[in-house]
Design a protein around this ligand. Structure first.
Ligand code: CA2
Length: 154
C-alpha cells in the first residue's frame, strides 16, 4: 500500500531517556533504536514515517494539528501527559486523523494515577504493554486505519 502522507509517531516527555533508566519497566531499547525499528516497519508497509519526541506539551499539540493535513494516521505515546492533558485530548478530537495511543508498559497494570487516560478517551484505540513492539503493532494498526479511511470503510 502506498500513501504519500506519512504516519506520524509522536513521543512525549522523558521518552528521550529510554534505555538509560528503568529497563525493567520500559525495556532496554533507546528511542533511537525504536525509531530505527519503526523506520524498517514503515518501509515494509510502504508508508513514509515522521518520528519525533518532545518534553513540551504545547509542541505535541502543534504536531497533532500539523497531522491534520500532513499525516494519514498518528501513533502517539504521550508519556505522562497521557494521564493529565486535556489539551492533547482536545487536539486529537479536533484533527479527524486516526490516533493510536501507544505505550511500552501497560499503564492499567501500574499505579492508580496511570489508570486514567485522557488521550485514550479521544483516540481511536490503544496498544500497550508490549515494550518496543507496541510501536510496531501500532504502525500496523495505523496502516490499516489509513487504508480504511481512503476506501471509506468503517
Ligand atoms: O509505558 C509508556 O510508554 C508510558 O507512556 C511511559 C511514560 C509513563 O509516564 C506512562 O504512564 C506510560 C514514561 C516515559 C518514560 O519515562 C522514563 C523514565 C525514566 C527512564 C526512562 C524513561
Amino acid at each position: 500500500m502506498t500513501d504519500s502522507k506519512p504516519i506520524f509517531v509522536l513521543n512525549g516527555p522523558n521518552l528521550n531517556l529510554l534505555g538509560a533508566r528503568e529497563p525493567h519497566i520500559y525495556g532496554s531499547a533507546s528511542l533511537a533504536d525504536i525509531e530505527a525499528a519503526c523506520a524498517a516497519k514503515a518501509a515494509q508497509l510502504g508508508r513514509p514515517l515522521v518520528f519525533r519526541q518532545s518534553n513540551i506539551e504545547g509542541e505535541l499539540v502543534t504536531w497533532l494539528q500539523e497531522a491534520r493535513d500532513k499525516a494519514c494516521a498518528v501513533v502517539l505515546n504521550a508519556g505522562a501527559y497521557t494521564h493529565t492533558s486535556v489539551a492533547l485530548h482536545d487536539a486529537i478530537k479536533a484533527i479527524g486523523v486516526p490516533v493510536i495511543e501507544t505505550h511500552l508498559s501497560n499503564p492499567s497494570a501500574r499505579e492508580e494515577f496511570r489508570h486514567v487516560s485522557l488521550v485514550g478517551q479521544a483516540a481511536k484505540g490503544v496498544i500497550a504493554g508490549f515494550g518496543a513492539r507496541s510501536y510496531l503493532l501500532a504502525l500496523e494498526a495505523a496502516d490499516a486505519l489509513a487504508s480504511d479511511q481512503k476506501s471509506d470503510k468503517v
